[in-house]
Design a protein around this ligand. Structure first.
Ligand code: NAD
Length: 352
């Protein structure tokens, strides 16, 4: 039915393929290589089409589309955020994405992105911390020990050099699971009974909780000088994690200001409150932290370029690993305009 099978077959990376790919490459190597691709793309930030993601909100959560293009490749991710899902055995965040050829508009890759989002979020957080945290940072608190947490831990170990973790979650079973999953990684893990206990002595504080409200996971008195905050869980209007006073004491770094002002911790501040763009630090256009005593804040919400980088990285691994299926996604009649004729020939084949 197809004139050239290579033209209409789209590589599809399933959840199973993604797990095998990550394990084949090694989680730490995957995170480190992905971090390098993200840095490469952030360093050429100005080449990308950028727009705040398109969000459809409901009482229970959000569904978002995240497109971007560098003029050669186009990518988008479909992602949801539904904090109550875990009570019904579902993920809070699931995703899939597409990478396409801008020249002809054909998809070149369709991939699961639930696991890939956890990896790219962790890699992005670690890249930000490598540029913003004090270089001798070794101790990290992780508040919120859900699906993203182990990935964050491993990325900060591999990319930033974090060796000691202090874990806290309002659900102790989440902390137990996270600690058990990290056994054998070489990370020293302390289970804490409160967020206050977790942040004591931490060089880096990661907040990665899920709750659809303006929460106060960290209050002002919990954050001392020199700390880097990696605030991941506040990523929707009305869904924040930090007390406003912390923002007022911090040097704030964001991905794409028009999106972060809607979704990030800085939705608590005036619309013209000055913030720094992380890409400028990565591209060497400006300094990161001003001093060893500064509090730096990466107000992470997740931006489309990170997903573009992740899809680009996964695509680069397909040939050598063969870890994909061939998806019959695109109609490809022998004569391109004879789309209906292709249907008629199929009818004849079925009847035969
Ligand atoms: P999850 O539901 O698997 O885990 C969230 C954990 O937070 C749960 O274990 C829950 O018990 C805990 N928690 C909730 N309230 C808490 C509190 N007050 N104190 C301590 N712990 C608390 O969710 P996940 O997939 O790990 O995602 C975590 C958050 O990160 C979500 O809000 C999600 O939207 C966000 N996220 C952000 C990005 C980004 O790029 N910034 C990417 C992915 C996910």
């Amino acid at each position: 039915m197809s004139a050239n099978p290579n033209l209409n077959i789209v590589p599809f990376v399933s959840v199973d393929h993604m797990m095998r790919l990550v394990l084949r490459i090694g989680v730490e190597t995957f995170l480190t290589e992905l971090a390098a691709v993200i840095e490469e793309d952030f360093a050429r930030w100005e080449q990308f089409d950028k727009t705040p993601r398109v969000a459809s909100h409901s009482d229970e959560g959000v569904i978002e589309l995240m497109p971007t293009s560098d003029g050669t490749l186009y990518g988008f991710k479909y992602v949801n955020g539904h904090p109550k899902n875990t009570k019904e055995g579902r993920q809070t965040v699931t995703a899939f994405g597409v990478l396409s050829d801008v020249g002809n508009g054909y998809p070149m890759l369709l991939s699961e992105m639930t696991i890939l989002t956890a990896l790219r979020t962790a890699a992005m957080s670690a890249v930000a911390a490598r540029h913003l945290a004090r270089s001798n940072s070794r101790v990290m608190a992780i508040i919120g020990n859900g699906a993203q947490s182990e990935f964050q831990a491993l990325a900060f170990n591999a990319i930033v050099g974090v060796t000691d973790l202090r874990l806290y979650d309002i659900d102790p079973s989440a902390t137990q699971r996270c600690a058990a999953n990290l056994l054998g990684t070489g990370l020293s893990v302390k289970i804490c009974g409160s967020s206050q206990e977790a942040v004591e002595g931490a060089d880096i504080i990661t907040t990665v909780t899920a709750d659809k409200q303006s929460a106060t996971i960290l209050s002002d008195n919990m954050v001392g000088p020199g700390v880097h905050i990696n605030a991941v869980g506040g990523d929707c209007p009305g869904k924040t994690e930090l007390h406003k006073d912390i923002l007022l004491r911090s040097e704030i770094f964001v991905e794409y200001p028009p999106q972060t002002r809607i979704e990030g911790e800085i939705q608590q501040l005036d619309a013209d409150y000055p913030v720094n763009e992380l890409w400028e630090v990565i591209a060497g256009r400006r300094e990161g932290r001003a001093s060893e005593r500064s509090i730096t804040l990466f107000d992470s919400v997740g931006f489309a370029i990170e997903d573009f980088s992740a899809l680009r990285y996964v695509r680069s691994k397909l040939k050598e690993t063969g870890l994909y299926a061939e998806l019959d996604l695109l109609a490809d009649p022998d004569e391109p305009r004879d789309l209906y004729g292709m249907l008629l020939r199929c009818k004849a084949q079925i009847a035969a």
